[in-house]
Structures are given as structure tokens and as C-alpha cells.
Write a protein that binds this ligand. Sequence first.
Ligand SMILES: [Zn+2]
Length: 292
Amino acid sequence: MDTVIDKVLDKKFDERFATLKELFLAYRNSERCLPAFNVNDNYDLRAVVESASELDTNVMVMTYPPVVELNSPEVCRALVDGIKKTAKHNVYLHLDHSTSVDMCKHAIDVGYDSVMFDGSQLPIEENIAKTKEVVDYAASANVVVEAEIGKIMGRDVIVNSPDDFLASVEDVVNLYETTKADIIAVGIGTAHGFTPEEPKIYFDRLKEISLAIPAPLVLHGGTGIPDADIQKSITMGIAKINIGTIVHSTYMKFAKQEIDKAGAGAYPPFIMKEVLPEIKKVVADRLKAVNV
Ligand SMILES: [Zn+2]
């Protein structure tokens, strides 16, 4: 498939950023995007970090609440601290889609670089109030806060009318001005996971939002979005893209295949040695789509 990737590959950027906030602003202003991958344990974490090092890029790894609940934020932080020592560039740790203010605060306390409070299912006033509580708490620790406006479809998200998912410019401006959230995920037609058809992205709305606020914007549902649409969105304020499903589905598919092959003798390190390169391949493919 043709993409615009070749056209922009020669961009050169200064990689010295004092903080993640600074990186996001610089990325938004230079039409660049930080790839962010959901990880579940030390194995897919290692695959993501190795792949990012091989492609010479900063990367963000994200823990979804069930991963945090199972492992604790402390263990997630320690795993990333360990693997970071082997990385060529920066590896940032993010809490993804937390609907709990307390979980966000806990992650901030243990040194996460970034947290997302997802109030997209709440009435707008409540979303704004809770997002602001997290932003205020994160301020002294200089932790990035991601807010969400509109809805990313898929999973258990309830869409009440055909354009219920679409972020309104007015709501985005209201949320941004009231909370001063650092980065904002916007519902513009993308969906989590594999989708039967290519998602229809509302680029006009994305453009309107990016003209209305200076905050870096976040695109969710990176598994199912065509490369050309990813590239286009990066020219319209998207400075972070979330990629999750392709990582865990590849992990599970190849783990099952290897376990079936090994039968009763299945031994985790031997299984994972075969699975890891498969995860690295899909991560590299998405890194190239983001044009790191
Ligand atoms: Zn998401």
C-alpha cells in the first residue's frame, strides 16, 4: 500500500527533551508522533523496547488497568526501569484508560511518566471535574495527564446515536481550558481492536480541534488504522498514537501455537523465545507506519 512515509523520512529532530511534556509539544509542533504500545508483562515489554531501539526511536509503553491490577503499579514501574537500561532511546511509562482517579494518583505516586484519566463515559461536567483533580495531583510530580473527549468505539463503549462518539470542538475547548490536561484523546471515528471495515476518520473534525487548542492530541485504536490515515492525522495535531490489540493478539496466537507444539513439555522461556520475535515484527511494522 502506498503511503506518504517516504516523503517525510528525511526529517531530523533534536532528541534532547528535558521532560515528556516538552517532547509532546515539540512533536506536535513538528508533525511528529510518539508511538505508544500496550504491554502486559516483561516479555511483550521487551519486544516493544527492542524493536524501538532497532528503529532508533523513543517509545511509550502503556499498562491497561487489568495489567496494573494484576501486577501493581510498583511492579510495572520496576519492570520498565529494568528494561530501560537496555534501550537506545527514552522509554516512557503510561497508565492507559484509567476510569479511576485513585488508580491515576497511585501511578503518579510510584513515578509513572504519564497517566490517562478516561472520563469519556461520564457527563462532560464530571469528566472535566475528575480530569482536573488528576491534573492538579500530577502537577507537582510533573507527570503528563491525558484526557479523553468523545468516544473511542469498540470494547464496552456505548454509542447512543450515530455521531455520539464524535468529540465536539466546544467540549474539547472547555475541557482543555478548565483542566489544562497535557494531551487529549479525541473521538474522531477510530475504534479499539480489529474492525471489520476500515474506520472512517473524521479528519475535518480533527483539523477543527487542532486549530482550536494547542495541546498535543492522541489517536486511539492504532491497530486498525491504515498507514496513510495515521500519517495524515500526524499532520493535524496527533502527537501520540495508541497501539494495543495487535500486540496482545500476536502474543496469544503464537504462544498458543508454540504451547500446542510443545505439548506437556511446554516450558515458558523456550515458548517465549519463539514468540518474542513475532511480537517484535508487528511492533516494527507499526513503528514504520508512524514514521519514527
Ligand atoms: Zn484507547
